[in-house]
Design a protein around this ligand. Structure first.
Ligand SMILES: Cc1cc2nc3c(=O)[nH]c(=O)nc-3n(C[C@H](O)[C@H](O)[C@H](O)COP(=O)(O)O)c2cc1C
Length: 378
């Protein structure tokens, strides 16, 4: 019996009517994306993730995006030292939620494509079409050493990822036995059942920052993350338009997302005070310096001014727009991003569970009134 024909658009949440999709980013890791020592920092525990996913699902949050992290960064808090593996995490959360999309973030070079494709299908069936795949090729040498896997040079990482995703897509769709005879992958007589939910396939995203990473996303993915401009909204709008144009030239459509770190409090002053408290006064500077060293950003390798700026920025995870304010300010900034052409934003805070109720009560309704999210029934 054949599954009913279905289009990617019929997949739930990520193709709903919200002009600006909102996701939570990084909750599978201890400390999330906040490199801070504040005692209320995120545990990353399973019970907290489960509570968060159910709350987010109820609140109408569109997706959960985990971080594929294998080795913590140390420092006083052992930043991201405890992390839940993302496909099993997603499967558990999909079984416990109704409408939210849950991604797995997968290092292509570390997962055999046949095992990975079956794990994705299993999670997708558990979630009845709500699993999404975020492909990463890796950058952190220490993580690869831990696996005994040699990190390829940059261009080759994406050549490998191309063969890997081509194989995954075939495994998802081919009904007859087939071979993969690539430069890296040589797989014989592949037979893989069942297929993803409902005759379609999971949404695929990527967040490469390099031109090669971007080209990979444009060729293969449904969604791509761009770095938000710290200079102006216009610059962000140009980046979004450029990605959409490049996809259009290949006859493809791509959703363009970005990353944000939200500190929202009832008043602007409270928000700014708390932002300074967690991200400056009580930042985990030892962890920040460890991350910067892995990225070879030290006072010896970059000008001191740039080093200090990066040091400050890295307390909020690796990249992302700081959105600090009362609900009006936060909603206004998010609506501006939507007007700049963005499809969505993956956000984090300090303690997701403590902060989500306020966002859901104060910011989401404002976004509805600003016309960038649909009115919620009930
Ligand atoms: C939204 C977002 C999520 C990412 N998630 C991960 C991740 O979970 N694990 C990881 O190793 N890298 C992650 N990255 C890093 C990218 O996958 C990529 O390696 C990095 O941006 C460098 O780009 P390049 O590969 O094009 O050089 C993420 C980046 C962004 C913007």
């Amino acid at each position: 019996m054949h599954a009913p024909a279905a289009s990617l658009q019929s997949r739930m949440s990520m193709y709903n009517g919200n002009a600006l999709k909102i996701g939570l980013f990084g909750s599978n890791c201890s400390s999330g994306r906040a490199v801070t020592t504040v005692p209320e920092r995120w545990t990353g525990s399973w019970p907290d993730n489960l509570r968060l996913a159910r709350m987010a699902d109820e609140a109408g949050i569109d997706f959960l995006l985990p971080i594929g992290r294998w080795k913590g960064y140390g420092g006083n808090t052992d930043y991201q030292g405890a992390t839940l593996e993302t496909i099993t995490w997603a499967a558990g959360l999909l079984a416990s939620t109704k409408r939210i999309t849950v991604f797995g973030t997968v290092h292509a070079p570390l997962f055999h494509p046949l095992i990975a494709a079956k794990q994705f299908v299993t999670a997708d069936l558990v979630g009845e079409g709500r699993f999404g795949l975020n492909i990463v090729v890796g950058w952190n040498e220490g993580e690869f050493e831990m696996f005994g896997v040699e990190q390829r040079e940059h261009e080759q990482r994406y050549e490998y990822a191309q063969e890997w995703i081509d194989a995954i897509k075939l495994i998802w769709s081919e009904r007859e036995d087939f071979d993969v005879a690539g430069r890296f992958l040589k797989l014989k007589g592949i037979r893989a059942k069942p297929k993803p939910y409902g005759g379609t396939r999971p949404l695929i995203m990527n967040a490469g920052a390099s031109p090669t990473g971007q080209a990979f996303a444009i060729r293969n993915c449904d969604a791509f993350f761009v770095r938000p401009s710290r200079v102006s909204l216009d610059e962000t709008a140009q980046r979004v338009a450029q990605v959409k144009r490049a996809a259009g030239e290949l006859g493809r459509e791509i959703g363009v997302y970005t990353v944000g770190v939200i500190t929202c409090r009832p008043t602007q002053k409270e928000a700014e005070d708390y932002y300074r408290h967690w991200s400056v006064e009580l930042a985990d500077w030892s962890a920040v310096d460890g991350i910067l060293a892995i990225k070879n950003i030290t006072p010896q390798t970059v000008p001191l001014e740039e080093f200090n700026l990066k040091r400050r920025q890295y307390t909020e995870g690796m990249g992302g727009l700081s959105i600090v304010g009362d609900p009006d300010r936060v909603a206004g900034q998010l609506a501006d991003l939507s007007r700049a052409g963005l499809t969505g934003i993956a956000v984090s805070g300090v303690n997701y569970l403590e902060e989500l109720p306020f966002l859901a009560a104060e910011v989401l309704p404002r976004l509805e009134r600003l016309g960038v999210r649909e009115k919620r029934a009930g």
